[in-house]
Design a protein around this ligand. Structure first.
Ligand code: NAD
Ligand code: MG
Length: 322
């Protein structure tokens, strides 16, 4: 059963159906509306109904063709249907390199994001790089922010490589993009395989996300893409790292690379610092004046620091404003 959304379906569904049919597979397809609102229990039930109607059994598989929304939703249906059947991720966004690896699948609840889900690993993550050509340029840049993040948390050499190849990446050069996505997926897989259920290490994947999530929460709808918010968050984390003793280079490299990728690195000045701090306090990582923060210690290296003072974070937020 192929699951996709209504923007991806007209572009790529028919060729995939044809190729699977040619390979001898019987398929059925479900098209959900594009956008985060499809990560719902209602849509999850719709997929299970479609699966039952099509007669999927324990030997069947679900294929997610699309971005992270489709991957998370279809993956959760695969995790639950008959207590778990196989699933395949076919990401069509750059950001989905992140969501397709690691096995976290979920839908949203009206009260909170991603709170109803499972850990269910895909059999395969398969990128067709040609599908990325139809992505809006802003989605390309935002997706690259998470690719850059994989380098910043794990691999200084990959960070340098990104700097040298940023033009090729932005113009969707096949070789460069293929390498970067392979690397990005590989780093994510490596981190996750050492800590599948998020004890400690997996949290380093949240570099830039503490400030980033707060910015998303205070931004108006559609104002900041996720990747844009975490780009700003990563610059904040780099500033914090330097304050806590990391070499100045960490900040310079982080900012230079994100600027080269056409990503925002400053908080729009009309955002209210109090509101940003309040949003961060709602974040689960916050307790009594200190915060658990992913902090760079060198290029390609981070640590989880449980003692970052909220006051220092506030100063950083102010510094990030233009
Ligand atoms: P998305 O799936 O909404 O895709 C973004 C937009 O691009 C959509 O409108 C989609 O229809 C369109 N699109 C997709 N592929 C296209 C293509 N090739 N050409 C043209 N348009 C295309 O969003 P996303 O950014 O891919 O993923 C965001 C989701 O991923 C969020 O729900 C987030 O929670 C989730 N996520 C999950 C994990 C995880 O570990 N499970 C990690 C990160 C993000
Ligand atoms: Mg993210």
């Amino acid at each position: 059963m192929i699951v996709t959304d209504d923007r991806v379906a007209p572009l790529y569904l028919a060729p995939l159906e044809r190729q699977l049919a040619d390979a001898g597979y019987a398929t059925t397809s479900v098209v959900v509306p594009g956008g985060e609102s499809s990560k719902s229990l209602a849509m999850f039930e719709k997929l299970l109904t479609a699966a039952l109607e099509a007669g999927l059994d324990r030997k069947s598989a679900i294929v997610a063709l699309g971005g992270g929304v489709v991957g998370d939703l279809a993956g959760f249906a695969a995790a639950a249907y008959m207590r778990g059947i196989k699933f395949v991720q076919m990401p069509t966004t750059i950001l989905a390199h992140d969501s397709s690896v690691g096995g976290k699948v979920a839908v949203n609840h009206p009260l909170a994001k991603n709170v109803i889900g499972a850990f269910h690993q895909p059999e395969l993550v398969l990128y067709d790089l040609d599908t990325l050509k139809t992505l809006p340029p802003r989605e390309v840049r935002a997706g690259l922010a998470e690719v850059i993040k994989e380098g910043l948390i794990w691999d200084a050499e990959f960070v340098s490589w990104c700097e040298e190849h940023i033009r090729e990446l932005l113009s969707l050069d096949r070789d460069a993009l293929g390498y970067a996505l392979y690397k990005g997926c590989g780093i994510k897989a490596e981190v996750v395989s050492r800590d599948e259920r998020e004890n400690d290490l997996r949290a380093i994947l949240n570099l830039g996300h503490t400030i980033g999530h707060a910015l998303e929460a205070v931004a108006g709808y559609g104002e900041l893409l996720h990747g844009e918010a975490i780009a700003i968050g990563m610059v904040g984390a780099a500033r914090l790292g330097v304050r806590l003793g990391a070499p100045q280079e960490v900040y310079e490299v982080t900012k230079r690379l994100l600027v080269a990728a056409g990503l925002p690195t400053a908080i729009p000045s009309h955002y209210d610092t109090d509101a940003i701090m309040k949003a961060m306090m709602h974040d689960k990582k916050f307790t009594e004046g200190t915060m658990l923060f992913v902090v760079p210690t060198a290029v390609g290296k981070v640590e989880l620091n449980p003692n970052v003072s909220a006051a220092m974070v506030r100063e950083i937020v102010d510094e990030l404003k233009r």
